[in-house]
Design a protein around this ligand. Structure first.
Ligand code: BMA
Length: 963
């Protein structure tokens, strides 16, 4: 207990007694602007906006038009200062001190004791600085740690207009703050995006520490309790890469699934003691597996060069059958193990033990050409494959795209992110794409699960550990989005470190599906191929085909790399040669696809849907609910579909400048409203708030209908010549309360689409395919199971009074990842009950099937004509409850299409069907067929934890036009 005792005897502040790990959060920070007219308490981790908000200088940035009125914060420079004098006195002169930042956002100058420590410019790097000298010999009377942030916007204006700065062609997408984001390694959507505000925040946005290293032996150290640790070393990074023996990820060739696993560990060590013969020992206690001590590189005593680590690496081989594999939740069990690592330095030093959670799986992205035999045998359209295989098996990727959870990273909470990820799982999603214009998602907040040493938390919320645990694959991207990026030396150096650190950090997460170079740039650069003799294409090739590819595979052997989210694929995987426009033969299919079409008339026209191997993004925007508007609108007149405040929070299409209100806001609003007018009764009642609520909700209903139609089409594609094996909807979450493509609102409230996903992402689904022009109706069952599935389907035509006109029942068997067509007819007379008008009827479809010994169900609703023309009658919905949050909905009048129950403001949760247990809301309620749903409240996210059942309300399309 020598080390700890020494600290305890000196310590007045309890924090200082924490031996080697001192969190900078515990310092008293002050924050000032450049001319010091503002001085308020600051915090770490934090952002300037958040500190100004806490001090009452500004109101909540997401209120009203604050994204416009608070722009002055972006134009100023901001300094965080903390007095270190008490710490300085207490750290023994024999100790070394490292200043460790897990993230600084972004352009900052750091001084300690008046001495310059560093100027930093990359939000996505972690930094380790040896500050021993500055701490022990401060200049003059300066005992402060000072971090001065330069306005990232002004920095960007300066660097992008230097005479030697490269100029780039314009391709038409500029958000609020134009022309600079590609020059700064910072969240790209901080400068504005088409679903969010532009705040360009600054601050130390992740945990930061002063870590002291001592060569006094640490006796009796207990990893679970950092206060007992007096460490001679810091492990600032740990990469745990697990792959099959003999596998080379860059080839993406099939790994030998029976081969042993290699667990490859690399540690970044900063040590004040040397070790000639250090060893690393691996163990998985749950399996009683332990390696012998494995010799690693010798560690020099780093008294002079502590800022840069020494790397030590070791491989441990584990038999294939010794471990259970990790699978996405819908294909198996996401099995995880605790891996314990013990680094022994020898001599008087006690061994250092720490742990990480790992999973065993192979993940591949298959991009080679379909073999001729497969093309012939399965009637596949020739061209290249583009799909994922987990543990050697192709599967259907069902999912959505993730954007940043908040404009202000430090305030994102575990509860908020866990809810979004659990909601993704509850709706059947097995893959999320982390969009490359936002952040590198963090691993975990848990000090115990962060394999750095001494144990300390390195982030403000958990992401990959939750994906690992829930069994959701995470398609990851480097942060490059919709832009050209300069290839000067400092930029390339900066991204070299950034990419290596982030690849190493997430290697250990079984959920990682791939690394993509960035978002949508391949297509943009192709449009400019003719300008400047292909110069921009050449630069793209250098960055995305060479630099990022090579960096990725130097740091991982378990995760595939592709150049871009949306891609035409490759001419060769190894070496990587991007295909671009090199089409072998007309009509062949390559790469993956996306679709955005804002003409409401195209929403259900299959010929406008791409026949793609994989759809990585497609979407339509909708409004947040009335409840979300209540969180951010400030006066009653704002509560209208086309009020200035509501429209100014629609950033699609983007403003393109700092103009306010967004001159294009009404264009985006109009896209939503014209779709509603075409397909649903146009909202209009005598109560303006109800009309606004119905507008908001109706845009969500249309969004759900439009996404359902595409998802059914893409899933059916698994059994058609395109062999489509993936559909990721744009987008899952929201960054604020505004019009966007999300299926979950900023607060965590589910939009209509989120319930629709829960239905269309079921393993076995029944879908109607309707071509209005030729009056062609097909009813198909689609399955994503690895074994064939049998069941019974039933479909019933109803009129709007709720009278069943006729019912058909069919048994079916669907082969693996395929479809069965149960019904096909052309012309109304072929399928409509005799004598009825097509706008007077609708179809209810359902199935039950046996999957792995369990009964699964699916249910869909379809009307052949626009619901705007349906002769609806008052459904007289009765909502009853049993005193708890179990609700029975009963139509006492006519059919209620899109019946929707709302939970009160201040509550977050989801409704599940009390029979199937599946999420259920937004369904056709039929007289005589009551439905019962249970509200599952998320207490952590709800300010009202005991909502009254009487505060739950119900609506349907009838309420678009009736109070
Ligand atoms: C694609 C995405 C995002 C964008 C979305 C909606 O371009 O990659 O950049 O927000 O469409 O426009």
């Amino acid at each position: 207990m020598m080390g700890l005792g020494r600290f305890l005897s000196l310590a007045l502040l309890p924090a200082v007694a924490r031996a080697g790990v001192f969190s900078l959060s515990e310092l008293q920070w002050s924050l000032t602007n450049q001319n010091r007219s503002i001085e308020v308490p600051g915090a770490v981790p934090s952002h300037v906006h958040l500190d100004l908000r806490r001090a009452g200088v500004i109101t909540e940035p997401l209120l009203g038009i604050n994204d416009f009125t608070q722009r002055w914060i972006i134009d100023d420079n901001w300094t965080y200062t903390a007095d270190l004098s008490s710490l300085m006195k207490r750290i023994p002169r024999t100790d070394k001190a490292l200043l460790v930042f897990y993230g600084i956002d972004t352009i900052a100058n750091i001084t300690l004791g008046g001495r310059p420590i560093a100027w930093v410019n990359n939000q996505f790097q972690q930094y380790v600085f040896d500050v021993s000298h500055a701490l022990q010999s401060p200049l003059r009377w300066d005992k402060n740690l000072t971090i001065t942030f330069q306005s990232a916007w002004h920095y960007g204006l300066n660097v992008s207009t230097r005479p030697d700065a490269e100029s780039f062609p314009s391709y038409g997408v500029d958000f609020e703050y134009p022309g600079v984001r590609n020059w700064i390694r910072k969240v790209q959507s901080d400068f504005g995006w088409d679903w969010g505000p532009a705040f360009i925040p600054s601050g130390v946005h992740k945990p930061a520490y002063l870590i002291t290293l001592s060569n006094a032996p640490s006796l009796g150290a207990n990893v679970a309790d950092p206060t007992t640790i007096n460490s001679p070393l810091l492990i600032s990074e740990t990469s745990i890469d697990i792959f099959k023996e003999g596998y080379i990820a860059a080839t993406q060739a099939q790994p030998d699934q029976a081969a042993p696993w290699v667990v490859n560990v690399s540690l970044a060590v900063h040590s004040v003691v040397g070790s000639v013969r250090p060893t690393l020992t691996f163990a998985i206690p749950e399996l009683k597996l332990t390696s012998s001590p494995i010799a690693v590189q010798s560690i020099p005593s780093q008294n002079a060069s502590l800022s840069s680590p020494v790397w030590v690496t070791a491989d441990w081989t584990v038999n294939d059958n010794a471990v259970e594999r990790w699978f996405p939740h819908n294909l198996g069990t996401p099995k995880l193990y605790n891996l314990t690592l013990t680094l022994a330095l020898g001599g008087a030093q006690s061994p250092i033990t720490f742990q990480a959670q790992v999973g065993f799986r192979t993940i591949q992205l298959i991009q080679t050409r379909y073999p001729d035999e497969e093309v012939a045998a399965r009637n596949i359209t020739p061209g290249d494959q583009w799909h994922f295989e987990v543990n050697g098996k192709a599967f259907y990727a069902l999912g959505t795209n993730i954007i940043p959870f908040d404009p202000f990273y430090p305030r994102i909470s575990d509860d908020q992110v866990r809810w979004v990820l659990e909601s993704a799982k509850a709706s059947g999603q097995n893959m999320l794409r982390i969009w490359g214009g936002g952040v590198y998602q963090p691993s975990t907040t848990s000090a115990a699960l962060t394999p750095n040493y001494p144990p300390h938390a390195t982030d403000v919320y958990s992401f990959y550990t939750i994906c690992d645990e829930l069994g959701i694959l995470a398609w990851s991207e480097f942060i490059f989005s919709d832009d050209f990026y300069p290839l000067n030396d400092w930029f390339v150096d900066s991204i070299d470190t950034e990419v290596r650190q982030n690849v190493r950090r997430i290697n250990r997460h079984a959920s990682v599906a791939q690394w993509a170079g960035g978002n949508e740039i391949e297509g943009i650069v192709q449009q400019t191929n003719s300008s400047n003799n292909g110069h921009y294409t050449d630069e793209f090739v250098t960055l995305f085909q060479e630099i990022l590819h090579d960096l990725t595979y130097e740091e991982t052997n378990s995760v595939p790399y592709t150049d871009c989210s949306t891609t035409h694929g490759v001419l060769s995987v190894d070496p990587l040669i991007i295909r671009f426009g090199n089409v072998s033969a007309y009509g062949e299919i390559y790469g993956n696809g996306e679709r955005y079409d804002y003409s409401p008339g195209d929403a259900f026209q299959y010929y406008t849907f791409p026949k793609s191997r994989f759809m990585n993004e497609f979407g339509f925007h909708s409004m947040p609910s009335f409840y979300s508007w209540e969180e951010c609108l400030e006066s009653p007149e704002d509560f209208a579909f086309d009020s200035t405040v509501v429209a100014s929070r629609d950033h699609h299409p983007p403003a393109g400048s700092l103009a306010f209100p967004n001159p294009n806001g009404m264009v985006g609003q109009r896209q939503m409203s014209s779709a509603v007018e075409m397909w649903l009764p146009t909202p209009g009642t005598s109560d303006s708030n109800q009309t606004f609520a119905q507008w908001s909700w109706s845009t969500q209903v249309f969004q759900a209908m439009a996404m359902y139609s595409q998802l059914a089409f893409y899933r059916r594609g698994a059994g058609l010549p395109e062999n489509n094996l993936g559909a990721l909807v744009w987008q899952l979450n929201d960054i604020w309360q505004g019009a966007s493509w999300s299926s979950i609102e900023y607060s965590g409230r589910w939009k209509v689409l989120q319930y629709t996903l829960a239905s269309i992402f079921q393993p076995v689904v029944i879908n109607p395919f309707w071509v209005a022009g030729s009056q062609d109706l097909e009813i198909t069952v689609t399955s994503d199971r690895w074994e064939s599935v049998s069941g019974v389907a039933q479909w019933t035509w109803y009129d709007w009074t709720g009278k069943a006109l006729n019912t058909t029942k069919e048994e079916f068997t669907v082969p693996t990842l395929n479809n069965s067509v149960l019904f096909h007819a052309t012309g109304y007379e072929g399928f409509l009950p005799t004598g009825v008008n097509s706008s007077h009827v609708w179809l209810h479809l359902n199935l039950t099937a046996q999957v792995e010994g369990k009964a699964v169900t699916n249910e869909q609703f379809f009307a052949p004509q626009s619901l705007a023309t349906a002769p609806l009658m008052d459904p007289l919905i009765q909502l009853t409850h049993q005193g708890d949050l179990t609700f029975t909905l009963s139509a006492k009048g006519g059919v209620a299409p899109w019946t929707w129950i709302d939970h009160p403001g201040g509550t977050i949760g989801l409704f599940v069907d009390n029979v199937s247990g599946l999420p259920l809301n937004g369904f056709y309620l039929v007289p005589g067929a009551d439905r019962t749903v249970v509200f599952k409240l998320n207490a952590a996210l709800s300010s009202n934890k005991t909502p009254a059942p009487t505060d739950f309300v119900v609506r349907s399309l009838w309420n678009n036009t009736h109070i």
